[in-house]
Design a binder for this molecule. Structure first.
Ligand code: PA5
Length: 463
């Protein structure tokens, strides 16, 4: 199982002004935490609670359909192209980047064991999109268009371009190169998929985008590139079992949620840094940033009062950002809590040759990159403590499907518990919806004429 070490967020290590008396706080909050965990587990099967993501690890049906389809299309495609944005892309990107052999898309087909390359188009910048579409042989590309709402402008614009190109290249057969993941009943993509006869997968009800990585949103791309879905679901289930424990002393998601919440409201640590010491985990930070920001950054509390709350997540990467952001983390405002993610055992052991022995870099010879990375992580942790900065460390025994699933699921539960502590609606995103409506208005969608006029006025008053 993955582990959490929070000793360096404690006042005995970093002082009372910046650290917490964690033992005392666990005592103070143990009943509240037990209540929150029991409540989440009680509500998770009920409709309209936004909690169906807690059941995804148990959906044998989805896993079965995903595996069946992946087996059916295996060998037919050289590329998977995922179209999606936000929660419809970040989980897939994080997990495939972590689990596939690094530089996957540069490997030969044999080196990829016959599985396709995978590309995520999660932005609409025309240069990048056009260039990728010029490179890909669309005949050999399976396009997975993912949008829960089925009408996100960015994703649907991408889909329209790609569909048109596919149709021009493949004629009527183009439909076999498209698979849609969307809501079961509603949305324009559902409607189009039915008219066009695409193969479809479902984003279940009550699973928000940022909590959807273990639905077909993530599982389908994983299976298409040969990632073992069972290993993933086993990781979720084992972590879920551990996190059902209502005792804060035995629940790492609750511990980390409480430490972050109290570090923010008591000690002003309103910035959460996510800093894995592994390039393979770098997009886990992007995924976490969305999860933490969109879930906790809220203008109103559950009683409808204005509160404007929420910690600001920042991503960093060890060791790279020791030479970038660390100066600020150590000496700048003491308003951050830093999450390290460490990996006990890497798949490879890379030895540094014993050369230049009689120079200032001779000490590196004979050591491994693994030793160096660990030493760097240790030294960063120690120096942050020297500067009285709170840190926590999550440790993965190794990077595999089982442990990555545990990590992501633990962070999801942590977010849900933190949302309850902040007293906000974790699963809503009213201002994302507002900016969607502005886009519809500016791009001339029918029904948004009044908003378009109001917006034009607002914009010209600033210009
Ligand atoms: O977490 C969320 O709900 C959002 O970030 C969505 O994932 C994002 O806006 C994309 O939405 P959709 O899947 O409807 O295209």
């Amino acid at each position: 199982m993955i582990k959490l070490d929070f000793r360096r967020a404690d006042s005995t290590v970093i002082g009372e002004q910046n650290g917490l008396n964690i033992k005392q706080e666990f005592e103070n909050y143990k009943e509240r935490i037990a209540e929150i965990i029991a409540d989440l587990n009680k509500r998770k099967d009920k409709p309209e609670q936004g909690l169906q993501w807690m059941n995804l690890g148990y959906s044998e049906e989805t896993a079965w359909y995903v595996k069946e389809y992946a087996a059916l299309v295996q060998n037919r495609f050289d590329n998977i192209l995922v179209l999606g944005i936000g929660g419809s892309a970040l989980g897939g990107l994080a997990v495939t980047h972590a689990l596939l052999r690094p530089y996957w898309n540069l490997l030969s087909k044999e080196e990829r064991n016959g599985y396709p390359r995978i590309f995520f188009l999660d932005n609409i910048e025309p240069d990048s999109m056009a260039s990728l579409l010029e490179i890909l042989d669309l005949k050999k590309t399976l396009v997975n268009v993912i949008t829960k709402s089925g009408d996100t402008a960015e994703t649907m614009a991408q889909y329209m371009i790609v569909k048109d190109m596919l149709e021009k290249e493949l004629g009527d057969d183009y439909r076999k190169n498209i698979v849609a993941t969307t809501d079961k009943r509603t949305g324009i993509l559902r409607q189009i998929s039915e008219q066009e006869g695409y193969k479809t997968f479902v984003v279940p009800d009550d699973v928000g985008g940022r909590f959807s990585v273990f639905s077909a949103v993530g599982l389908l791309p994983f299976a298409l590139v040969g990632i073992d879905i069972d290993e993933i679901t086993n990781g979720i289930k084992d972590m879920d079992l551990a996190l059902k424990n209502t005792d804060i002393y035995n629940n790492i998601a609750a511990q980390n949620a409480l430490i972050h919440f109290l570090s923010d409201i008591k000690n002003g640590k309103n910035i959460t840094v996510m800093m894995p010491y592994s390039s393979r985990l770098q997009y886990v930070s992007d995924w976490f940033v969305q999860l933490w920001a969109e879930s906790l950054g809220k203008g109103k509390n559950l009683q409808g009062e204005n509160i404007q709350t929420g910690p600001t997540p920042i991503k960093a990467l060890g060791a790279t950002d020791q030479h970038s952001q660390m100066q600020l983390f150590n000496e700048g405002p003491n308003n951050k809590i830093i999450n390290f993610i460490r990996v006990e055992e890497f798949h490879k052991n890379l030895e540094i040759p014993k050369i230049f022995e009689y120079t200032g870099i001779g000490y590196l010879g004979g050591k491994t990159m693994n030793d160096l990375l660990n030493a760097e992580a240790d030294s960063t942790t120690a120096s942050l403590s020297d500067y009285s900065r709170p840190t926590v460390t999550i440790t993965l025994p190794k990077i595999d499907g089982y442990h990555i699933a545990q990590l992501l699921y633990m962070l999801e539960v942590q977010t849900a518990i933190a949302g309850a502590l902040y007293n906000v609606d974790t699963f809503a995103q009213p201002s994302v919806e507002q900016s969607r409506n502005y886009i519809y208005a500016l791009m001339g969608r029918a029904g948004y004429e009044e908003s378009a006029k109001a917006l034009q006025q607002k914009m010209s008053s600033v210009l």
